[in-house]
Design a protein around this ligand. Structure first.
Ligand SMILES: N[C@@H](CCC(=O)N[C@@H](CS)C(=O)NCC(=O)O)C(=O)O
Length: 206
């Protein structure tokens, strides 16, 4: 199998970190989003919704949606368990992963998409007011995440999970979105540095 992805894009980075945590070395094939390669006929056959990452299996089946790909990798390689094992633990991780997507990942992505002039090729129309709304939402998401990290080492509790990957990639993507981390989020900063030091993050690249 292989991953079709784009360097610098946050969703493929989530999958690369996830795969590296599992010790999986899946070949990656980069496409150029800015050149519109994901809107070409060959790509649309793989994913008519037009986004990366896509995991192409050996028989040609194409799996898209970041969390679906991660779930498949988890099923193939259960350890370390990044979606939890027990029912309540798994639900708690799901809750936190969705919280990280909705309160942080997509708000940061929307700030980037609606403010960066280069993104006009992909995001039309760009709406500066929508970027402002999302900047506010991301700020709230960061504060809530910091509150959670007062009481736990990782986003969903005591162990590293998919929710940490989603949140970490979102916070990392604040830099290209030209967003600064608000003052006073010491627990978030401690957690971010700890995740950044993981081998999987170095292996996955940006
Ligand atoms: N829901 C999809 C979203 C995929 C997605 O939007 N990927 C971005 C890169 S991070 C992309 O390919 N964007 C292309 C575009 O917006 O035209 C997932 O979870 O994988």
């Amino acid at each position: 199998m292989k991953i079709i992805e784009a360097r610098g894009a946050p969703n493929p980075r989530r999958v690369r970190i996830f795969a590296a945590e599992k010790g999986l070395d899946i070949p990656c094939e980069g496409i150029d989003l800015m050149a519109g390669e994901h809107r070409s006929d060959w790509f649309e056959k793989l994913n008519p919704y037009g986004g990366v990452p896509v995991l192409v299996l050996d028989d040609g089946e194409a799996l898209s949606e970041t969390v679906a790909i991660c779930r498949y990798l988890e099923a193939l390689t259960p350890e370390p368990a990044l979606f939890g094992r027990e029912p309540l633990e798994a639900a708690r991780i799901e809750m936190w992963n969705r919280r990280m997507e909705f309160s942080l990942f997509w708000p940061v992505a929307n700030v980037f998409r609606h403010t960066n002039p280069r993104m006009a090729a992909l995001e039309s129309p760009q709406i500066p007011e929508w970027a402002d709304v999302n900047r506010e939402r991301a700020g709230r998401g960061l504060r809530l995440l910091n509150d959670q990290l007062v009481q736990s080492d990782y986003v969903a509790g005591g162990t590293f999970t998919i929710a940490d990957i989603t949140a970490f990639v979102a916070v990392g993507f604040m830099k290209p979105a030209r967003m600064a981390l608000p003052e006073g989020l010491g627990h978030l900063a401690r957690w971010y540095d700890a995740v950044k030091a993981r081998e999987s993050v170095a292996q996955a690249g940006i």
